[in-house]
Design a protein around this ligand. Structure first.
Ligand code: NAD
Length: 474
């Protein structure tokens, strides 16, 4: 059974457990305890005891330790990627990409000596100077989703910790192994006890963190309904909250698009990570006469994608996370057909024992259908049609989410019009996954994000610090 990390000790939680699976085989790898308020309270207590010393540890010493952690991540990058593939299911190549994107946040955290600099305005009035300093908050908490077991925890604690906070991480109960390995490497890097604590669990542990009186800020990444609820709960308890939610991303293809470029990008966006990512392209909107050719090319390429265990050479689409989730995605396909969509490619025939579903393409989808409106989180691409760019933008803006929207075109004018009018916080032009690198914020809009300061980028340093303004007359 997995243990919680409280201070420097790995402790057993005497709690009911859930199995952690290898989704490509259905085999049980581990048991994860569902911690409750007592375990959360112990972890917060350890973080709280560590805070006075850690927050006063000189910044350069904090950065040096973070650099050691980064070196250990580099050294173990391949093992981390294999661990991600083992218990999440994504392909090894995708897992390597995930680990790299995560390490880049640690690289970014190393710029703390620049990003934590304050400001001074001398002689603001006669003989008076004004200074601004950044201070850490105290104990802060992170609640990541299942789909990036290494990258998303790394969005959270490295920036918080280098800024002087102490941290309680509650990994996803479906993919907790990545966070456990990160915590082991963090201790090995030499961070003092209590700076990072880890509590396994689900809803009960997450809610206990969001309501705990000593937790000053909560960073959540997960589905929209939980993001919305956790945002309200933590805010009601007086905390700072950053809550990133779900998505329904549109990929708009104009008649002048280069399909040699657009089709592989759409495929990677829709079926990469088996569609289980918040930047997955979910609806391809074909504008004008490009429709029939786009559908033909996408289907022809999608049916050649190889489905199988993520560690096998040449596999491009791994399994879904759980059998229940696979059934839910199949349910969406069925519902789409009942609501009038066409079935251009059917991935339902792929055999188990793992939780596999092949790439599926639904045709003539509209925003009125559940498949056109709701997040599916599986390898299902919906194709819809529009007469004009305006109509395509209106389709993208008709869903409540605003995580990402992409356009494929050779026209700078059309790309600019798209950028200006689409209601999404991450926009791609001739790319299928508009993922900002660590030094830009992960900038979801509308129901894809609750809060104001986003994950990573300079936003994250602001989120994890409070500012003190000092007015001086001597
Ligand atoms: P989820 O909402 O089920 O779980 C996320 C976290 O919340 C987990 O740690 C889980 O234990 C906890 N949790 C689950 N139910 C809870 C509840 N009722 N109350 C409190 N906590 C609860 O999400 P998931 O299925 O793990 O992840 C997939 C979702 O995450 C998708 O919707 C995806 O779009 C979203 N996501 C968003 C981003 C982003 O940056 N916007 C990034 C990755 C994933």
């Amino acid at each position: 059974m997995l243990k919680n990390l409280i201070g420097a000790r790995w402790e057993e939680a005497n709690r009911p457990t859930l199995p952690v699976y290898n989704p490509a085989t259905g085999e049980v790898l581990e048991e994860v305890p569902l911690s409750g308020p007592e375990e959360v309270d112990r972890a917060v207590g350890a973080a709280d005891r560590a805070f006075p010393h850690w927050s006063q540890t000189p910044l350069l010493e904090r950065v040096r330790l973070m650099f050691r952690f980064k070196e250990l991540l580099e050294k173990h990058a391949e093992d981390l990627a294999r661990l991600v593939t083992l218990h999440h299911g994504k392909t090894l190549e995708e897992a390597r990409g995930e680990v790299r994107r995560g390490i880049e946040v640690v690289d970014f955290a190393l710029s703390a000596p620049t990003l934590l600099q304050g400001r001074t305005l001398r002689e603001v009035t006669g003989g008076v100077d004004q200074n601004l300093f950044h201070y850490p908050l105290g104990v802060v908490a992170g609640i990541p989703p299942f789909n990036f077991p290494v990258m998303i925890p790394l969005w959270m604690f490295p920036i918080a910790v280098v800024a002087g906070n102490t941290f309680v991480l509650k990994p996803s109960e479906r993919t907790p192994l990545g966070a456990v390995r990160l915590a082991e490497l963090f201790l090995e890097a030499g961070f003092p006890e209590g700076v990072l604590n880890l509590v396994h669990g689900g809803k009960e542990a997450a809610e206990a963190l969001a309501a705990h009186p000593q937790v000053r800020a909560v960073q959540f990444v997960g589905s929209e309904p939980v993001a919305r609820r956790l945002y309200a709960l933590a805010a009601a308890h007086g905390k700072r909250v950053s809550a990133a939610g779900g998505a329904k991303n549109h990929l708009v293809v104009l008649p002048d698009a280069d399909l040699e470029q657009a089709v592989p990008a759409i495929l990677n966006s829709a079926f990469g990570n088996a569609g289980e990512r918040c930047l997955a392209g979910s609806v391809a909107v074909a504008v004008g006469e490009v429709g029939p050719l786009l559908l033909e090319r996408v289907v022809e390429a999608a049916q050649r994608l190889k489905v199988g265990p993520g560690w096998e050479e040449g596999v491009q689409v791994g399994p879904l996370i759980r059998e229940e989730h696979r059934r839910r995605v199949v349910g969406y396909i069925q519902r789409g057909l009942e609501e009038g969509a066409g079935l251009a490619l059917d991935g339902r025939g792929v055999e188990g024992p793992g939780f596999f579903l092949g790439p599926t393409v639904l045709d003539r989808v509209s925003p009125r259908m559940a498949v056109g409106r709701e997040e599916i989180f599986g390898p299902v691409l919906s194709v819809s049609y529009a007469q004009t760019l305006e109509e395509a933008i209106a389709q993208a803006n008709a869903v409540p989410y605003g995580n990402m929207a992409c356009v494929f075109t050779q026209s700078g004018k059309a790309a600019r019009a798209f950028r200006e009018r689409v209601q999404a916080g991450m926009v791609g032009v001739n790319v299928g996954v508009a993922q900002p690198l660590a030094f830009y914020p992960f900038s979801g809009w509308r129901d894809s994000f609750f809060g104001d300061l986003h994950p990573h980028g300079p936003d994250a340093f602001l989120f994890y610090t409070q500012r003190k303004v000092v007015v001086e007359r001597w």
